[in-house]
Design a protein around this ligand. Structure first.
Ligand code: AMP
Length: 395
């Protein structure tokens, strides 16, 4: 399902409406605390500007009520930061489909850019409203989607706008193109052995991911607290570990479906309290004593997983192996991260905590792809098709 990208169209003298993800973290006074999302959008933005396109950027920020402007969620500061990063002026429109957007967009010259105000100030955005979308689409000759983090959503800017563009070009930006390449194309046509490694707090968040990956992987390795629900399903003792009793039947089904493909921990690093300074011991999986809780995979499990990862040709990782924020219970996650970094495999790191772990441990440069989307990357790993992506022109 390769899609046309912004590199495949000629934006010269044309107006390009680009959906970006400028949903940056802010402090209480509204200052941007991390501008990574703006920096990551630069390749697509610069590609249009350098080729003489007129660029209209749209995004959401935070969760405003959808009943009009809320200063705290204004995108004005992102326009300012973008201007600093580009080293040239960036216009800002105080609305999205109103008179200010109209006049700022008409004033654009080739190679110039305007950021529209927060899409979510208009209730039509999250409602996927066709009228709101057709006004947005009316600004442009070309539509570009470079907002992977919202690709699993059906907001107006993601779905109704490309629909309203009719036969005009609809392409992906470079960020979205890369996410599709790895999370969809590589995974559906993997080099084998294909090993998935899944961890994190709750099995309930990842049931569909495990289910989908059991259908395509050679091995699915389980870590994190979700392993204890599987342990319960196998009749093991889990002490006071985090478990989901209502998911035990589901875990049994996954064990039956997975057979030898589903690999569970053989030992557990546990503590008598949820703290770094607790008393610690390593026990066999399923033998966690009363009053103790599993906080990481044990050293033998970490070794087994590292060994399996060594010969893998494709690896997908989502979710830490233990409470990696609290040493020494970061050891399992570290061993797995290092094994992935050392392997020759195409390695894809799902968003959220595993992406943070890889960054924090300094391995981000040694893996093939670190996904930027939390919910969106999980959804893609579940095998979901995104309407926002399907609507883009085929390459
Ligand atoms: P998730 O967002 O589902 O990927 O879960 C990530 C969180 O799971 C991290 O904050 C970890 O600290 C937590 N976690 C992983 N293993 C355990 C465990 N054995 N007990 C409690 N929390 C865990």
């Amino acid at each position: 399902m390769a899609k046309k990208t912004i590199a495949d169209v000629d934006p010269s003298g044309k107006t390009v409406l680009m959906r970006v993800d400028f949903n940056v973290p802010q402090d209480d006074s509204g200052q941007i605390t991390d501008d990574r999302r703006i920096r990551m959008a630069l390749p697509s933005i610069e590609s249009v500007m350098k080729r003489g396109g007129r660029l209209v950027l749209m995004s959401h920020l935070g969760r405003p009520k959808g009943t009009g402007a809320e200063p705290k969620y204004s995108l004005a500061l992102t326009a300012k930061r973008l201007s600093e990063l580009l080293g040239q002026p960036v216009a800002f429109a105080s609305d999205t489909v109103g008179s200010d957007a109209q006049s700022k967009i008409s004033a654009l010259k080739d190679g110039e850019v305007v950021v529209l105000e927060n899409l979510r100030f208009n209730a039509g955005e999250q409602a996927g409203d066709a009228e709101f979308a057709s006004k947005l689409a009316g600004w442009a000759d070309i539509y570009c989607n470079d907002a992977f983090g919202t690709c699993h959503r059906t907001d107006a800017s993601m779905v109704a706008v490309p629909k309203a563009m009719g036969s005009k070009p609809k392409v992906s930006g470079f960020l979205v193109a890369k996410e599709i390449q790895y999370l969809s194309e590589t995974i559906s046509n993997p080099e084998r052995p294909f090993v998935a490694i899944l961890g994190g707090a709750k099995v309930s968040d990842k049931i569909n991911v495990i289910d989908n990956l059991l259908g395509i992987c050679d091995y699915v390795l389980i870590g994190g607290a979700m392993a204890y629900t599987f342990s319960l399903a196998g009749g093991g003792k889990t002490g006071k570990s985090l478990v989901e009793k209502d998911k035990v039947e589901l875990a049994k089904e996954l064990i039956a479906k997975g057979g030898k493909k589903l690999v569970l921990p053989v030992d557990t690093h546990c503590g008598d309290d949820f703290s770094a300074s607790c008393n610690k011991q390593v026990v066999k999986a399923g033998e966690i004593p009363d009053g103790w809780e599993g906080l990481d995979i044990g050293p033998q499990t970490a070794k087994n997983y590292a060994e399996l990862l060594k010969s893998a040709k494709t690896v997908v990782w989502n979710g830490p192996m233990g409470v990696f924020e609290m040493p020494p219970f970061d050891e399992g996650t570290k061993t797995v991260a290092k094994a992935i970094a050392d392997s020759q495999a195409t390695s894809i790191i799902g968003g959220g905590d595993s992406a943070a772990a890889v960054e924090q441990l300094g391995f981000a440069d040694q893996v093939t792809h670190v996904s930027t989307g939390g919910g969106a990357s999980l959804s893609m790993l579940e095998g979901d098709k995104f309407e926002a992506v399907e609507l883009l022109d085929e390459a």
